[in-house]
Design a protein around this ligand. Sequence first.
Ligand SMILES: *[C@@H]1O[C@H](CO)[C@@H](O)[C@H](O)[C@H]1NC(C)=O
Ligand SMILES: *[C@@H]1O[C@H](CO)[C@@H](O)[C@H](O)[C@H]1NC(C)=O
Ligand SMILES: *[C@@H]1O[C@H](CO)[C@@H](O)[C@H](O)[C@H]1NC(C)=O
Length: 453
Amino acid sequence: SQSHLGDPSSAVLWLWLQPRGLLAVSLPTADIISTVEFNHTGELLATGDKGGRVVIFQREPESKNAPHSQGEYDVYSTFQSHEPEFDYLKSLEIEEKINKIKWLPQQNAAHSLLSTNDKTIKLWKITERDKRPEGYNLKDEEGKLKDLSTVTSLQVPVLKPMDLMVEVSPRRVFANGHTYHINSISVNSDCETYMSADDLRINLWHLAVTDRSFNIVDIKPANMEDLTEVITASEFHPHHCNLFVYSSSKGSLRLCDMRAAALCDKHSKLFEEPEDPSNRSFFSEIISSVSDVKFSHSGRYMLTRDYLTVKVWDLNMEARPLETYQVHDYLRSKLCSLYENDCIFDKFECAWNGSDSVIMTGAYNNFFRMFDRNTKRDVTLEASRESSKPRAVLKPRRVCVGGKRRRDDISVDSLDFTKKILHTAWHPTENIIAIAATNNLYIFQDKVNSDMH
Ligand SMILES: *[C@@H]1O[C@H](CO)[C@@H](O)[C@H](O)[C@H]1NC(C)=O
Ligand SMILES: *[C@@H]1O[C@H](CO)[C@@H](O)[C@H](O)[C@H]1NC(C)=O
Ligand SMILES: *[C@@H]1O[C@H](CO)[C@@H](O)[C@H](O)[C@H]1NC(C)=O
C-alpha cells in the first residue's frame, strides 16, 4: 500500500497510544529523557534519563476484552543505572545522565542491555521470576540461619508460585576506557563485541572482558591546539561485522574496515558534501556538524542529521548525499539568535522506519518531522498533551514564514525553542514510534496499523 504522510484525506495518520503505566510513573521535571531504544523485536522499549535511571516498557499482548489494548506499553521495570561520581584526579563531576542504551540480542530467557553515561558503560541483565524456593533446611523464610539445634529432619525445598518479579542485576562494568565524553555505543552483528566512541577516540570491547579495550580510531592531534574536528556519533554496519561509520563535527562521514588495519585511522571511504560557496557564513561549520548517523536496516544507506537537514547517503556514493530533506529551513535566517541561546548546538537524532522508506527526526516546539522517500511527502506533527488526547488522531502542523497564514498555522516567531524533540525511536517492524519530549514519553502508532488489529 502507498503511504500518504500527513494527507488528511487518507487513513494513514498518527494516533497517540498512551502507555498506561506512564501516568503512574509521572517523571519529575529533573529527569529529562536522554535516550529511547526499542529492543530488536519492538516488544520492549527502554528510556534513559538525566537522573541516571532506566525505565523499561513492555508491550501488552492483545486482549479479547479490550480490542484497543494491543500496542500499549506498560512500565516493566525501573532501575538506577548510573550514580553521580567525582573524578578526584581531574576535579570533575561525572554526571549520571544516560547518554545511550543498546539492547543485546536475546540469547536465553534473560534480556540484556548496555547503558552508558559520559565515562562508564554497564551491562545489565533483566530476568523474570515467578517462583520462589521454600523449605530450606538451614535458613528460615527470611533467609536467616536457623538455630541448628532445632533442625532435626532433612526436607526437600520446593518451588512455590509467586507474583511476577522483574529483577535487574549489573553484570559488567566497562570503566576507564574513555578520557573524553562517550557519545555512542553500538553492538556488533557478531554479537560478541561492541564499540564506544568519545570526542576523539573509538574503542572496541569484548562483551565478556571489562579490563581492556582496543583503540580502533584515534583522531587526537599531538598538540591539542591543532584540534579542528571531533567525533560526534558512530555505529556498526548491521550485517558486516568488520565495517563501521563515524561522523564528525565538520559534517563528514568515515566508513572504516577493521579487516584493513587494527587502527582504523585511514578510513576506507569518506562521505562529504562540497560546501556551496554562496551559502558560506560564520555558522556554516556549526550547522554542518553531524549530530547522529544511522545505517538503514538493509545496510545499503546511511542517514545523518545536521542542524537544518537530514540526509540519506548511499554507501556506494561518496561525493554527495542521495537525498537531502529540509527539517526547518525557516530557521536559516534565525541562526544568530539560535547561536546566542546555544540552541544551534542541539543534537537531534534521526531514525528509519522498518522498511527504510520513511525517515523521522525532531525539531523545536515539540514538533517532529517525517519524510516519505518514495512519495516525497513530508509532515510536521506535534507531541504534546494539549494537542493530543489518547487515541486521538494527530493533526499535521504548519509553520508559516511570512506571506499568507492559514488558520492553525504557527509563525516562526512564536515557536518555543525550549521544547525540543531530540530523541526518537521507530519500532523495528511496525509503524510505532517513541518520542521523548523533555520529561514526557509519547508513543504513536499509525491508524491503519491499529485498526487492522
Ligand atoms: C524483545 O523483547 C521481547 C519481549 O520480552 C522478547 O520476546 C524478544 O525476544 C526480544 N527480542 C530480542 C531480539 O531480543
Ligand atoms: C543554500 O541556502 C539555500 C537557502 O538560503 C538552501 O535552500 C540551500 O539548500 C543551501 N544549499 C546548501 C548546499 O546547503
Ligand atoms: C514504513 O513506512 C511506510 C509508510 O508509512 C509503510 O508503508 C511501511 O509499512 C513501514 N514499514 C514498516 C516495517 O513499518
